[in-house]
Design a protein around this ligand. Structure first.
Ligand code: ADP
Ligand code: X2W
Length: 285
């Protein structure tokens, strides 16, 4: 027997306990726009999500697309303005955010899942008012929303049929206004509402770093208390603040595990779910 066949069988056999542990459980994957910059990266993530679906894990893919939004705004000569990691969103901008996230990015991910032979349903927070939103109160950011309620029934319906829900982070209020919701925030709210077994945040960094300029300074696990200290020390800064805050909120609200992993590592999601190795930064209650 060829050596590689034995190795393949061994790898599959080692995955069995993890497949059993996660069978029928919900995993929410947040896929950030920075880890979508090339076809190979996208295919790796889609492949991992499809594998989880095939072995009976209920996987929800919530995506961002910040760089795509900036590109579309650029073409229209609209400058992107960020305040504490959140995009200032006026009336013209929210239209573009909705087109890019709920249109281009969402449909491209759905198409890729289908071309891998799995079935996906593309949604945004507007569909069935999945993400009921209101204006963020902390600063005047225009149509940037925070999640007021999650109406998750539609996700359970889609999951029960064996399809992969793919969710764009746009929400709405009762008056019919659309809101631009940070995709980490949207994904964390969904993970909390569904009581996810694992909330996996896929980015383009190794994880939480002690020095953000040094990729070798990975902090491999943190508690909620550590996060408070690291924020006070300025180690958690910029775009990392809302990311880490919504992860700790999700853990407090019943999500069992959360992790930031590097989408540039081939099959980082499979490594996280089907082995003890893990990678990136694990968040512990
Ligand atoms: N301690 C830290 N470790 C890693 N990244 C950090 C840290 N503090 C700030 N950052 C910044 O946060 C960014 C990641 O957040 P963001 O760009 O919002 O990711 P995504 O697009 O995947 O949601 C990194 O590119 C980095 O510049
Ligand atoms: C309010 C706010 O900032 N919304 C984000 C939504 C997309 C997003 O979060 O995408 P990533 O996950 O790729 O960063 C934005 O407009 O860029």
């Amino acid at each position: 027997m060829a050596k590689h066949a034995v190795l393949k069988a061994k790898i599959l056999a080692e995955a069995v306990p993890y497949i059993q542990e996660y069978h029928d459980k919900i995993v929410v994957v947040k896929y950030g726009g920075n880890a979508m910059v090339n076809e190979v990266l996208i295919d790796n993530v889609i492949n991992d999500v499809c594998l989880m679906n095939l072995v009976g894990i209920k996987v929800v893919l919530v995506h961002g697309g910040g760089p795509e939004i900036s590109k579309a705004l650029n073409k229209m000569h609209i400058e992107s303005k960020f305040v504490n990691g959140l995009r200032y969103t006026d009336e013209e901008t929210i239209d573009i955010v909705q087109q890019v996230l709920a249109g281009k990015v969402n449909k491209n991910l759905v198409k890729r899942i289908h071309t891998h032979g799995n079935k996906a349903v593309g949604l945004s927070g507007i569909d069935n008012m999945l993400l009921k939103a209101k204006k963020v109160e902390s600063a005047d950011l225009g149509y940037v929303g925070e999640v007021e309620e999650v109406h998750a029934e539609i996700l359970n319906d889609v999951l029960d049929k064996g399809y992969i829900p793919v969710v764009a982070s746009v929400g709405m209020d009762e008056e019919g206004h659309s809101y631009n919701i940070n995709a980490d925030t949207a994904a964390a709210a969904i993970a909390s509402a569904l009581g996810a077994e694992n909330f996996v945040v896929v980015s383009d960094i190794p994880g939480l770093l002690r020095d953000k300029e040094d990729e070798n300074s990975l902090i491999s696990s943190v508690t909620i208390d550590d996060v408070l200290n690291l924020t006070k020390q300025g180690i958690i800064a910029g775009g990392m603040i809302p990311k880490v805050k919504c992860i700790t909120d999700a853990l407090k609200k019943g999500v069992k595990k959360a992790v930031i992993i590097d989408g540039r590592i081939p099959h980082a999601i499979i490594i996280e779910i089907f082995s003890d190795e893990g990678s990136g930064t694990q968040f512990i209650k």
